[in-house]
Design a protein around this ligand. Structure first.
Ligand SMILES: Cc1ncc(C[n+]2csc(CCOP(=O)(O)OP(=O)(O)O)c2C)c(N)n1
Ligand SMILES: [Mg+2]
Length: 580
């Protein structure tokens, strides 16, 4: 047996379920060995797509993703997806064949590429160490890392030297210190209008039997105890779906009521959430005098985006549970120092404001507010003037109509661009696994591949890829993957025949816009060429075809080319440009 086969089989034994990739000579044997070991292989048409699929699969399944690429250009093609995964802290193992000979056409500096985008680099060092090397790389991903594992061709081809290599233990996230738990409970005990904002770290908080499970139950219990309202960052949208105190997403996508209630909070706790410029609208959602607490299992995340009064190193679920227990016990606050947390406040308002209740009307919760949230918090309930004109459909009207038409059990994946808020704000999702937002690198063109990865992870849900025309055509090769894999996906293209983000940003200054405008393209016909059913939507009446497809056998995926109105830029766009 060659090393390539031993490594593939070893990774399969560790639990590799699905491998995405594009196979060339350098990753042929290792990929086949993974398949022989029990993993399912899903071929993409571009390594960028394959990597994003593996990333989205990992986010949706809650387990490390694996992608397999050819040496040299296979890896450079994958780099945008690797950057997205690394910035998103996705546990992702990139199996990258490597031409170690410096004069090879295929040679690239793998470690240099990894470092350039914030990924970890590891490699098979020798035939004797190869399996241990592969296990170590897989193990590193469990700490929410993206790892490029270089597979040198000469090591892969060498005979496997059997030895005893232990399957490594799984890592467990850190428990919060008792002092930190006491400090958080002290602040929450005195809070009158607490708001929790849960982020990526709450989405998959805590490794249980190799899967990351959400911290929803623990956070809801604590929120009930202290009367907190619940919100998420964009990547955790859906986490509190169905909870009457859920404000949905905080940040640029927040509805007017959600923004008002977050701004009025006296305590905001970021749970596995960086409280960055997006989630806090460049600070506009933080009221003056608001106490900020941040809980994260990565010490480098604490205070990274804005100063916090209290930073707690700890797993989100464990910390929430411990704080809820402390509040329920009525334990007294102790503002002494302790490891793993820091307080930056002038005074500690740890005075008790009443006994912990079960959430009815405590803290920020009143019967009137509950009703107001039910009435107003969803974007689709915010009144707007429909600008559809018979030739083009208003993207808000389109999104609301789709929200009504599409089954509730859905996964929504969103590309980047001016349009991206419409599906993010108007399409509801059943839970946090139902929303896939691969936008940490703000690259356009990743939405379709994200949808594929998510669909492979959750095939029982209808997957909806929401794309701009620019992103759709950039990632177009993966339409073939959707059709070939037989995924009954709905691809909706918000087609303004332009790079709308640039048009709306530069248009008001009178700059020429020829570089960012395109002639009309029949994207429905392009979809049909790839094996989709294709419909062009110019108004509400055209959506009958979507209804027909949903009622039918869904044998072919559906592509909706929605010719959308584009008179104005979206209101979150300027926020996005401020983030450059
Ligand atoms: C890979 C990449 N290239 C270029 C950009 C710059 N950019 C940001 S939004 C955008 C326009 C996207 O157009 P489209 O997908 O049609 O969405 P729209 O803005 O029109 O809604 C571009 C080119 C980017 N973010 N990523
Ligand atoms: Mg566009």
């Amino acid at each position: 047996m060659r090393v390539a086969e031993a490594v593939g089989q070893g990774l399969a034994k560790l639990g590799a379920e699905v491998v995405f990739g594009v196979v060339g000579s350098g990753n042929f044997h290792v990929t086949n060995a993974l398949i022989a070991g029990g993993a399912r292989f899903r071929a993409a048409r571009h390594e960028g797509g394959a990597t994003v699929m593996a990333d989205a699969w990992a986010r949706t399944a809650g387990r490390p993703g694996i992608v397999s690429v050819h040496q040299g250009p296979g890896l450079t093609n994958a780099m945008t997806g690797i950057a997205e995964a690394a910035k998103s802290r996705t546990p992702l193992l990139v199996l990258a064949a490597e031409a170690p000979e410096i004069r090879s056409n295929f040679h690239v500096d793998v470690a240099g590429l990894a470092a350039a985008v914030g990924a970890e680099a590891d490699r098979l060092y020798s035939p004797a160490s190869a399996l241990a090397d592969a296990y170590r790389a897989y193990q590193t991903t469990l700490g929410r890392r993206t790892v490029i594992l270089a597979l040198p061709l000469n090591v892969q081809a060498a005979p496997w030297q059997a030895g005893s290599v232990q399957v490594p233990p799984r890592t467990y996230p850190p428990a919060p210190s008792p002092e930190a738990v006491t400090a958080v409970s002290a602040v929450l005990r005195g809070a009158e209008r607490p708001v929790f904002i849960a982020g990526r770290g709450a989405r998959g908080a805590g490794v249980r039997a190799g899967s990351r499970v959400s911290a929803r139950a623990e956070l809801e219990r604590l929120a009930d105890t202290c009367g907190a309202l619940l919100a998420t960052s964009a990547v955790a949208k859906g986490l509190f779906r169905g909870n009457p105190w859920d404000l949905d997403v905080s940040g640029g996508f927040a509805s007017p009521l959600a923004a008002e209630l977050i701004t009025r909070a006296d305590v905001i706790v970021g749970w596995g959430c960086s409280l960055n410029m997006w989630t806090m609208r460049h600070g506009k959602l933080v009221g003056t005098g608001t106490t900020l607490i941040q809980v994260d299992d990565d010490v480098s995340a604490l205070g990274a985006h804005r100063p916090v009064h209290l930073g707690v190193l700890g797993d989100v679920a464990q910390t929430a549970r411990a704080v809820a227990d402390a509040l329920a016990d009525g334990r007294e606050a102790d503002d002494g120092g302790g490891e793993g947390w820091t307080v930056r406040r002038d005074e500690d308002d740890s005075g008790s404001s009443g006994t912990a209740g079960t959430g009815g009307t405590r803290g920020y919760r009143s019967a009137e507010l509950r009703e107001r949230i039910a009435r107003e918090v969803r974007w689709r309930d915010v009144p707007f003037a429909d600008e559809s004109d018979g030739q083009r459909i208003d993207p808000r009207a389109l999104s609301i109509a789709l929200d009504d038409l599409l089954p509730a059990e859905r996964t929504v994946a969103v590309d980047s661009g001016n349009f991206m808020g419409y599906p993010s704000m108007y399409l509801s999702v059943p839970d946090e696994a139902g929303f896939c937002f691969t936008q940490a690198f703000q690259s356009i063109g990743l939405g379709l591949a994200s949808a594929i990865g998510a669909a492979v992870a959750r095939p029982e849900r209808l997957t909806v890829a929401a794309l701009g025309d620019g992103g759709a055509l950039m990632g177009v090769s993966e339409l073939e993957t959707v059709a070939r894999l037989g995924i009954p996906m709905v691809v909706v293209v918000y087609d303004d025949e332009a790079y709308g983000a640039e048009v709306h940003h530069f248009g008001p200054d009178g700059d020429p816009l020829d570089t960012v405008r395109f002639p009309p393209a029949d994207i429905a016909a392009i979809g049909r060429g790839f094996g989709f059913d294709g419909v062009t939507v110019r108004g509400g009446a055209d959506l009958g075809a979507v209804h027909g497809w949903l009622e039918g056998p869904r044998e072919r995926p559906l592509l909706i080319d929605a010719k959308v109105t584009s008179a104005r830029g979206s209101w979150w766009l300027e926020e996005a440009f401020r983030g450059h």
